[in-house]
Design a protein around this ligand. Sequence first.
Ligand SMILES: Nc1nc2c(c(=O)[nH]1)N[C@H]1C(S)=C(S)[C@@H](COP(=O)(O)O)O[C@H]1N2
Ligand SMILES: [Mo]
Length: 317
Amino acid sequence: MLIKRRRGWEVPEHLATPEDVFLSRRGLIGGAAGLAAAAVLGPSRADAATAAAATYPAPRNEAYTLDRAVTPERFSGDYNNFYEFGTSKTVLPAANALKTSPWSIKIDGLVEKPFEIGVEDLIRKAGLEERLYRHRCVEAWSMAVPWTGFPLSKLVALAKPASGAKYVQFQTFLDKAVAPGQRQFFYPWPYIEGLTMEEAGNDLAFLVTGVYGKPLPNQFGAPIRLAVPWKYGFKSAKSLVRVSFVAERPKTFWEGLQSSEYGFWANVNPAVPHPRWSQASERVLGTDQRVPTLIYNGYGEQVAGLYKGLERERLFV
Ligand SMILES: Nc1nc2c(c(=O)[nH]1)N[C@H]1C(S)=C(S)[C@@H](COP(=O)(O)O)O[C@H]1N2
Ligand SMILES: [Mo]
């Protein structure tokens, strides 16, 4: 995402979308990924990697369908926003420096009892499913991906929030030694995002641990990130280390940087332009097409009710 000048989508586009790439890969992944991991990692880490890969692909939840082709991984996996690893879209090599296992998340704030839980443990408790979701970046590009994960509401239930909790705050890891972007003091690290409790309880709010039928590659926000598909992509914070239940609205990363352009609510709305560009349409990654953007990114039926009575808020910035 950009503060000034350059616009993310003004990048030359190329190549067409083969719609069968993802489907053909699915059949292979369970066995092949484990074997490949064993070959690359050697015997000691191979067992853990094989165990993790064995839970993928997870069963598809058919309630979440798409109106468009799944974006092939070679496009979505090499065009990422992950400012911890730089401001270009090519963060893949740098992001691979992040060690994502073991990894645990702190659950704290207004909860019955704060605790820390390993991602593997969390996955065992919550279970995994696959959902096809659209993703709409505020920069007006989009993709459609098969995320694997579990509803955020399951983590909320484990956390047992107190009645005073009004918001859920998400925090990304902070480690200047591995994340060169975090050495730039201009940014208000760590990356913080937030949802209201009601938003967090909506079934669409999803914690993601995998994509394309396998554990998340680092550039997508491994080992666990958020997906809130009715909001602009920056709400979907990556590589989470802490989830806090709080009484006050969190001060989010992008809001801290440029609140006139990136607010707390950030619901997708084609009729409300960004101060510097239109949000009426979007460029679909891996294609040369622009398609009309939909209110709440097409998820209005599920989420519009969350905003009744909040009409005076800046819901779409
Ligand atoms: N920690 C962190 N989370 C982040 C970002 C980031 O820079 N850092 N970028 C956001 C933005 S702007 C988008 S569009 C999505 C991109 O997700 P993707 O790279 O998996 O497509 O991640 C979001 N989550
Ligand atoms: Mo974004």
